[in-house]
Design a protein around this ligand. Structure first.
Ligand SMILES: Cc1ncc(COP(=O)(O)O)c(C=O)c1O
Length: 309
């Protein structure tokens, strides 16, 4: 468990409703519905060469997420883009990690969303810490998880809602089994097990020179996923957005996950209950490497050394 002292003074800058605050003085009301009910949405964004990547896309998703939760935002997408860009500039880190949280706001106690007085807006800007090199060098293991998520089957499905309890418990379970990330699985009406997404990532399977990734129906529309889908054809790879049965995933030549901070990470093993299945040769494969390089080129960061190098 992290100690309190480690939380404070770890170099971040916080904005609450647009006002800059030292992290230890950044507070929101205990009556805020984000705190009381997880009644909020969020985004994680990173910079490349100091510039927030896909900022407009992230803000568009934030707006879509808020709309799915029926949180009315008084700020246009452009206002949020401008404000976030300003906050990153002011924070002044060479590379930043940004977390933006919009809650329905504080209000008298009670579940009724109409009790909220208006949204709260928090941005955390931190120096970007990159994931450990080993995950790129060696690849990672996934743990198949079938727990329902907070938004599954609700109007908020596909929103980046802050209620990540199912995801974090699945991550804890995955780690308990020696895996790196849970992979959520749904059972179709016909009884097939279908791959959905990771605890905080999207998933792709590689068959020859073809990438297959599940459709957006029940997953978060990942910004990295979308850029991988756009970059892959430029790298000579075909893409297919289709249901991905677990049996097919386990027989793939390669599997990888994508997310904003981690970009592209090879999956070399999948833990399916007591069974461990090795993917391909059990090491990061050439197509995953190609996809990662293509993604980097796509985001304008093609010159930098790759994280496994
Ligand atoms: C559940 C889930 N799916 C997918 C992703 C990947 O999305 P992105 O590429 O936009 O970071 C995330 C990111 O946190 C996530 O939480």
């Amino acid at each position: 468990m992290a100690r309190r002292a480690e939380l404070e003074g770890h170099g971040g800058v916080v904005y609450v409703d647009g006002e800059r605050r030292a992290p230890e003085r950044a507070v929101v009301s205990v009556y805020d519905r984000g705190f009381l009910y997880g009644d909020s949405v969020f985004e994680v964004i990173r910079t490349y060469a100091g510039v927030p990547f896909g900022l407009a896309e992230h803000v568009a998703r934030l707006h879509r997420s808020a709309a799915k939760l029926a949180i009315e935002l008084p700020w246009s997408q452009q206002e949020l883009v401008d404000e976030l860009a300003r906050e990153v500039r002011e924070a002044g880190f060479s590379e930043s990690y940004l977390r933006v949280v919009l809650t329905r706001g504080a209000g008298p106690l009670g579940l009724d969303p109409d009790l909220a007085v208006g949204p709260t807006r928090v941005t955390l800007v931190h120096p970007l810490t990159l994931p450990p090199r080993e995950i790129y060098r060696d690849g990672v293991a996934l743990w198949l998880a079938s727990a329902p998520r907070a938004t599954d089957g609700t109007a908020a499905e596909g929103a980046k809602a802050s209620s990540y309890l199912a995801n974090l418990l699945a991550l804890r379970e995955a780690k308990g089994h020696g895996a790196y990330e849970p992979l959520f699985v749904e059972t179709s009406a016909a009884g097939a097990r279908l791959a959905l997404e990771g605890g905080s990532s999207n998933v792709f399977a590689v068959f020859g020179e073809r990438l297959v990734t599940p459709p957006e129906r029940r997953i978060l529309s990942g910004v990295t996923r979308r850029h991988v889908l756009a970059a892959a054809p430029e790298a000579g790879l075909a893409v297919e957005v289709a249901d991905l049965p677990i049996d097919r995933l386990l027989a793939a030549d390669e599997v990888f996950i994508t997310s904003t901070i981690r970009e592209v990470v090879a999956v070399v093993r999948v833990l399916d209950g007591a069974r461990t299945v090795t993917i391909g040769r059990g090491a990061p494969g050439p197509v995953t490497r190609r996809v990662h390089r293509a993604f980097r080129a796509h985001v304008g960061a093609g010159g930098a050394p790759m994280p496994w190098e």
